[in-house]
Design a protein around this ligand. Structure first.
Ligand code: ZN
Length: 136
């Protein structure tokens, strides 16, 4: 048995990490499923999904800082096409999905963990996040 829902988020900054944990937990409650696995997937080539801390906002800046060092803006062949080669590389490093178990209709995250949508080529009005829940 599975349940699928598409969520849409807008991003305000060129690069950002947006906490989407509560929206995912709402979708799990809406599904009526109590336990299983939740896959979170972004169908975009310049964004990603990761799980990390969102309590100290410096962690977001630290992560973005590391990615900027690995993939500096303006240093890629793809920049000749639409100027966002760095965003594609950052997206590939982070990856487009995470799978997280859920119990009592809530993600089984650690105290300091949040699910974050990663924007590398914003701001964008419409970033899709596809939630797929599987249960036995
Ligand atoms: Zn591109």
């Amino acid at each position: 048995m599975y349940f699928r829902k598409e969520l849409t988020f807008s991003t305000d900054r060129h690069e950002d990490l947006v906490d989407i944990t509560s929206e995912i937990n709402v979708a799990i409650v809406e599904s009526g499923m109590e336990h299983g696995v939740c896959n979170i997937y972004v169908p975009h080539a310049t964004s990603g999904v990761l799980v990390n801390e969102n309590d100290d906002p410096n962690i977001i800046e630290d992560l973005l800082g590391v990615l900027r060092k690995i993939a500096p803006e303006g240093s890629f062949l793809h920049d000749r096409i639409d100027g966002n080669g760095d965003a594609h590389v950052k997206s590939a490093i982070i990856g487009p999905s995470e799978s997280i178990p859920f119990k009592n209709s809530q993600l089984l995250l650690g105290t300091w963990q949040s699910v974050m949508l990663c924007e590398f080529d914003g701001p964008k009005y419409s970033r899709k996040v596809i939630i797929t829940l599987f249960t036995g």
